[in-house]
Ligand binder design. Structure first.
Ligand code: ACO
Length: 350
């Protein structure tokens, strides 16, 4: 019986402001029909002015701690690519706001694969004996990185946070993480980027052009990579775990696009209904996407204790990764945010 990191709590949160496709179509050259057909997205939530990734992480983290029945943990790992500030990391402030004391807390940046990387990091801390419990959060307020007039990115992304609590346990119990597979390909780093604001641009001493401060993505090339890398990573993880694809009850993949989920299902030869999806109402929430899909899956009853689950992410870097677990029985909890307080009246940059 080996020591392993076991999922012991789950929480998710999205901000109250709903932005519908029709609202976007009022200010961009797009339509509800195009967005639904090409992505499967109907609406998404965006932060309101002054709200940040740290706020999303705190709300998600609070719910995950309550679900685990814990008031403290030994470490906090936050996956994000839209930190509150360029420096320092957002995780220490999140830990303090959650009342967790002077625990180690740090950010992990792997864009949409961030949560899987953070989970692997948290599981590593547990496996080393450096922590008995770890809060692993994925949170992004990616709407703040999108160019106001870019229809190709603005329709895709939503904001949110999702979190799990890991505790030390045994590799044979439900919730134990196993079968880790991670990868990257930096030769394709230009496919998903915010060109300006980093040391390469700042060292030139030339002020950044405004358009270079926004997120860009070469959608079609990324699409093909996402399908290939997630399918291959899932296969690798299933093999390492000693399972076969036919016995997986729930594939919980990064929610980038409904067509990508369908294409991975086809490539793996598995029925699409085994692929959990919340993209219709959440959009692509970057590092929050996988834990939010878990939270929504538990809330809808689609994800149940005893299910064999594979988590898989893909994103900028390029990066990809996956892990497997048998879904554990968690304490009853409300995973996702309250009902929308207000619909957005204006779809501009916060
Ligand atoms: N409304 C209307 N038309 C649009 C819109 C829009 N919102 N956006 C793009 N178009 C147009 C394009 O301009 C293009 O027009 P053209 O043919 O006249 O040039 C046409 O629609 C087709 O554009 P494509 O980019 O080929 O559209 P596609 O079907 O590929 O969908 C999308 C675009 C949704 C971005 C898709 O490529 C995708 O999902 N890619 C993968 C995203 C992903 O997996 N990202 C990884 C994680 S993200 C991260 O790490 C942060």
């Amino acid at each position: 019986m080996e020591r392993a990191a076991v999922v012991a709590g789950l929480g998710g949160w999205v901000p109250p402001t709903v932005v519908s496709n029709d609202q976007l179509a009022e200010v961009l050259d797009t339509s509800d029909e195009w967005i639904r057909r090409r992505t499967g997205i109907r609406e998404r939530r965006w932060v309101s002015p002054g709200q940040s990734t740290g706020d999303l992480a705190v709300e998600a983290g609070r719910r995950a701690l309550a679900s685990a029945g814990l008031e403290g943990v030994d470490a906090v790992v936050l996956a994000t690519s839209s930190p509150d500030r360029h420096c320092p990391a957002t995780a220490p402030e999140v830990a303090t706001r959650l009342g967790l004391g002077p625990v180690p807390a740090f950010d992990v940046a792997a864009v949409c694969t961030g949560f899987v990387y953070a989970l692997a990091t948290g599981a590593g801390l547990v496996a080393l004996g450096a922590a008995e419990t770890v809060l692993v959060v994925g949170a992004d307020a990616f709407s703040t990185l999108l160019a106001p007039d870019d229809r190709s990115t603005r329709v895709i992304f939503g904001d949110g946070g999702g979190a799990v609590v890991l505790r030390a346990g045994s590799s044979t119990e439900p919730g134990a993480l196993t079968g880790l597979n991670l990868g990257s390909d930096g030769s394709l780093s230009d496919l998903i980027e915010v060109p300006a604001g980093g040391s390469r641009q700042r060292s030139t001493g030339v002020p950044a052009k405004t358009e270079d401060t926004y997120f860009t993505m070469q959608g079609q090339t990324v699409y093909a990579q996402a399908v290939r890398r997630m399918a291959e990573s899932v296969q690798e993880t299933v093999e390492r775990t000693g399972w076969n694809l036919a016995e997986i009850d729930s594939f919980v993949l990064h929610q980038a696009n409904a067509r990508i989920l369908a294409a991975v299902a086809r490539r793996l030869g598995r029925p699409p209904e085994r692929f959990l999806s919340n993209i219709e109402t959440r959009g692509n929430t970057v590092a929050a996407s996988i834990p939010l899909a878990l939270a929504d899956g538990v809330a809808s009853g689609e994800l149940r204790p005893g299910h064999k689950v594979v988590l898989a992410g893909f994103g900028g870097g390029l990066t990809w990764g996956s892990m497997a677990l048998v879904w554990p029985r968690l304490a009853a909890h409300r995973t996702v945010s309250p009902e929308p307080a207000a619909a957005a009246t204006e779809v501009g940059m916060p």
